[in-house]
Design a protein around this ligand. Sequence first.
Ligand SMILES: NC(=O)c1ccc[n+]([C@@H]2O[C@H](COP(=O)([O-])OP(=O)(O)OC[C@H]3O[C@@H](n4cnc5c(N)ncnc54)[C@H](O)[C@@H]3O)[C@@H](O)[C@H]2O)c1
Ligand SMILES: NC(=O)c1ccc[n+]([C@@H]2O[C@H](COP(=O)([O-])OP(=O)(O)OC[C@H]3O[C@@H](n4cnc5c(N)ncnc54)[C@H](O)[C@@H]3O)[C@@H](O)[C@H]2O)c1
Lengths: 205, 205
Amino acid sequence: KIPGITVYRLALYARTLEKLLEEGRDLISSEELARECGVNSAQLRKDLSYFGQFGVRGVGYSIPGLLKHIRRILGTEREWFMVLMGAGHLGQALLNYEFLPKRGFKFVAAFDVDEEKIGRVINDVYIYHVNQLSWVLREHPAEIGVIATPASAAQEVADLLIENKIKGILNFAPVRIKHPPNVVVENSDLTILFDKLAFYLKRLD
Amino acid sequence: KIPGITVYRLALYARTLEKLLEEGRDLISSEELARECGVNSAQLRKDLSYFGQFGVRGVGYSIPGLLKHIRRILGTEREWFMVLMGAGHLGQALLNYEFLPKRGFKFVAAFDVDEEKIGRVINDVYIYHVNQLSWVLREHPAEIGVIATPASAAQEVADLLIENKIKGILNFAPVRIKHPPNVVVENSDLTILFDKLAFYLKRLD
Ligand SMILES: NC(=O)c1ccc[n+]([C@@H]2O[C@H](COP(=O)([O-])OP(=O)(O)OC[C@H]3O[C@@H](n4cnc5c(N)ncnc54)[C@H](O)[C@@H]3O)[C@@H](O)[C@H]2O)c1
Ligand SMILES: NC(=O)c1ccc[n+]([C@@H]2O[C@H](COP(=O)([O-])OP(=O)(O)OC[C@H]3O[C@@H](n4cnc5c(N)ncnc54)[C@H](O)[C@@H]3O)[C@@H](O)[C@H]2O)c1
């Protein structure tokens, strides 16, 4: 399995190329792109060549071309349909986060157990009762399940997603989800961001 | 400046060591730790030696000792006090996220402009009107500001934090914040997590 940190670097290269494209740039050398991303250029060339040759030595990379190449590697050149489990604070922040649909990640439905939330619509997404997952998926197929329930409900909700042939899970609840090998689970831990901030703050003095 | 990806790796090593400690492990070799984190062991040794020698060659690392060493490097062996700007969906999810105080990141106050939210208390944190920031900081000093406002208010709120001598900002709003060099700004982009999930899902077939 390709390590998570390699994929993180690919996503970082893509973000940096998007920013350069917005600034009107066309070409970039591997040295400059590596510097912008904070990696060494040998690592960058190794990452890019791992997935097939790209760019002409000496001339540098075409920014739109390289971005397209990396998006194809990441699988973000297409749309992914998702269901949200738990439409509480974090869930609603995700439903409102306009960057997700812009990047091709679209919620087709949300699920909860709280009677007060069921039947509401947020950003065109309807909140169903969690018991309705299987028949909703028949109407609106999805490949990704996002878990934003309390930790106590996370495993039960994950089992339900897996039973309904969902193959990818993004888990925000602070528990490790047990799952079969043919299901991909990514865990979100926002505290890594806070650690990064602490690291730089400590060095400010 | 030390690249963000290096700090990300240090935080990853710390998370992995915490997990191993929970599983009752004491010792680990650099090869095994590197494998668990998905980096090569030369990179791991380089990262650790950059911040001072640690561990005995051949014997491996003491897990509690190495964790303490990395926490000192990251600056997470101490408490950090924070203020939240924008107590909406994402803001309230952060106020309720019990992992933050567990890791020493504590909110002392929250701020908003919505009359319906002002005066409420969430997880022992009082929501003030944003105009009260300076006198609240005199009562409850803080070093970190977390921005969870709409993008339209993010720069104005960042300026207010900087005026009030806040040196570290974690920005969740999808805009680039302008700031002086002596203030650290980290931006959160959850979509990188979704990219990682797409990458692994694409390869499942
Ligand atoms: N990983 C991170 O970075 C991060 C950050 C903040 C919060 N969190 C976590 O995200 C989760 C949600 O946090 P929140 O603040 O939105 O909590 P919340 O209580 O506001 O929302 C949880 C929602 O889940 C619903 N729910 C409960 N059981 C359910 C079930 N079986 N099926 C479907 N829905 C169910 C509840 O009715 C509620 O609406 C928590 O586990 C929290 O620890 C993670
Ligand atoms: N980076 C990420 O990964 C991520 C994920 C989800 C949402 N977001 C972003 O987080 C932000 C908040 O999202 P949300 O769903 O919680 O929105 P929300 O509308 O529920 O919350 C925003 C809050 O900010 C308050 N506010 C407005 N102007 C303010 C000001 N000048 N000072 C203080 N408070 C002010 C509002 O009254 C409201 O309570 C948005 O910018 C959204 O794009 C980021």
